[in-house]
Design a protein around this ligand. Structure first.
Ligand code: NAD
Length: 458
């Protein structure tokens, strides 16, 4: 950035804009949300093309996951904003009466949003909706790993929102490092845990609050009470058509009861065939983002003990950044594929004896972002919900919780800190200010010194 953009000046400029008060009115906030929505409508084709350049993501997938989702979010936020902005009346007590109390959401100030590459529009603009609906100024830093989308957002978004209050800054590690050195009122980061630690350390210097949207290995638990064909279809859909597994909530590994495993594998394969035909490389399916991730994933696959366990797929083509949708059955627990987040087209199926073993397995690892349980047994569903910890649980499906904006979306432990979407986005970008209104009508003399013996007896 150094040469082109001076991070300190950008922040200073935004501080002046924020101090002017222009971002506080509901009118201004709604205009920004309408602007984001118009950007998505008018630039729909260009956005889908940029995402395709970066990820070979099919247009339909970009339209649904990058565009329609964010537009719906704008519309929902516009509708609900007057209610969210209203001070919330709360009760008081005898000690302070006569009085009234309320909680007033106020904007935090100047916010930094650092986006990832895998859903480069959705995961950059969705937090921006939160920041602007709450009345903040913001700097958006899209991921350099999706360069076409990053360039498009930088070039075009400012035409649709207030360019004085919203800045888009492109860049990689050095630019982000320079941005992180500034004093922010909020940092919202989506990405991996290693960088999250860098972000949090930078934020600590200024006591800046952070929201960290991270990842991890999201498990699927399958017992023997369910229709395995229906389950396989939902797992396959959550894994491969969702950016070819490059999604933070993609099923990472499946823990399936022994008797369900053969049918599960057969059905997963059948679904892959019906989605992509005999040769998925010729089908509409996202590619691995770049050579770094390609090498990471093929490294996992080529681990000696894992390679033997491939029961489907496994084909690779580096020139095309292609790794076939692949199923690996029962790799060793210590193998890289079972130690690291996969974040790609490989799916592991592990055979387990029962739900107790599955819960123990999940609990022996970092808390996941999402956990999926397939069972028709209510007791099993409840046991999994009660005895595990994760950002979210979906019963009898995968990844759909992301689409429910009333649910907070975020992780716990190593999968993240804080949650957003819908009202939760507004909340994390607001300070809930406590306000107590007192009247002069009555004044209880007891509180004032001198604290006489008579007073102490009251
Ligand atoms: P990435 O490489 O795009 O990095 C994310 C952001 O971090 C980028 O803007 C990048 O410029 C910045 N960055 C990279 N190195 C940095 C450094 N040293 N200092 C400062 N900033 C730096 O994305 P990624 O991390 O590869 O994303 C994949 C991870 O993100 C996975 O773990 C995935 O599960 C997680 N993820 C989580 C969510 C969620 O909503 N919880 C969504 C998507 C991805």
């Amino acid at each position: 950035m150094g040469k082109e953009v001076d991070a300190a000046s950008v922040v200073e400029e935004l501080r002046t804009v924020f101090a002017s008060g222009k971002t506080r009115s509901s009118k201004w906030r709604i205009e920004q949300l309408k602007g984001i929505s118009r950007f998505l409508t008018e630039m729909e084709k260009e956005i889908c093309e940029a995402v395709r350049e970066d990820l070979r993501k099919p247009f339909f997938e970009s339209f649904t996951a990058e565009i329609a989702t964010v537009k719906r979010s704008c519309a929902e936020t516009i509708k609900a904003l007057p209610k969210w902005m209203k001070p919330e009346k709360v009760g008081t007590n005898l000690l302070v009466k006569p009085a009234s109390a309320e909680i007033l959401p106020e904007p935090l100030g100047v916010c930094l949003i650092i986006g990832p590459w895998n859903y480069p529009v959705f995961l950059t603009l969705e937090p921006l909706i939160g920041a602007l609906s709450a009345g903040n100024c913001a700097v958006v830093k899209p991921s350099e790993v999706a360069p076409h989308t990053s360039a498009l957002i930088t070039r075009c978004l400012p035409k649709y929102v207030d360019p004085d209050a919203v800045k888009v800054i492109e860049g990689g590690v050095s630019e982000t490092t320079e941005l992180l050195a500034q004093k922010w009122d909020k940092i919202f980061y989506t990405g991996n845990g290693r960088v999250a630690r860098i972000v949090m350390a930078a934020a600590a210097k200024h006591l800046t609050p952070v929201t960290l949207e991270l990842g991890g290995k999201s498990p699927v638990i399958v017992d023997s009470t369910v229709d395995i064909e229906a389950v396989a279809k939902r797992i396959a859909w959550g894994k491969w058509p969702s950016n070819n597994g490059q999604a933070c909530v993609a099923p990472d590994y499946v823990l399936a009861e022994e008797c369900a495993v053969p049918k599960l594998i057969t059905s997963l394969k059948a679904n892959l065939k019906s989605f992509y035909g005999e040769n998925p490389q010729k089908a509409e399916i996202s590619r691995v983002i770049n050579h770094v991730h390609y090498n990471r994933l093929t490294g996992m696959l080529q681990d000696n003990e894992t390679l033997d366990k491939v029961v489907h797929g496994g084909e690779t083509d580096e020139n095309d950044l292609y790794i076939a949708p692949t199923i690996v059955l029962d790799p060793p627990e210590e193998s890289p594929i079972m130690q690291e987040e996969i974040f790609g087209p490989l799916l592991v199926v592990m055979t387990i004896k029962g739900v107790d073993q599955a819960i123990k397995f999940v609990n022996s690892r970092p808390k996941p972002l999402a956990l999926y349980v397939f069972s028709n047994n209510k007791a099993v569903q409840n046991q999994v919900i009660q005895e595990t910890s994760s950002g979210a649980v979906v019963v009898n499906d995968t990844i759909l919780h992301v689409a429910v904006s009333s649910l907070p979306f975020g992780g716990v432990g190593e999968s993240g800190m804080g949650a957003y979407h819908g009202p939760h986005s507004f909340n994390i970008f607001s300070h809930k200010k406590a306000i107590l209104h007192r009247s002069f009508k009555a004044d209880n003399g007891i509180r004032y010194p001198p604290y006489t013996t008579k007073k102490q007896k009251l």
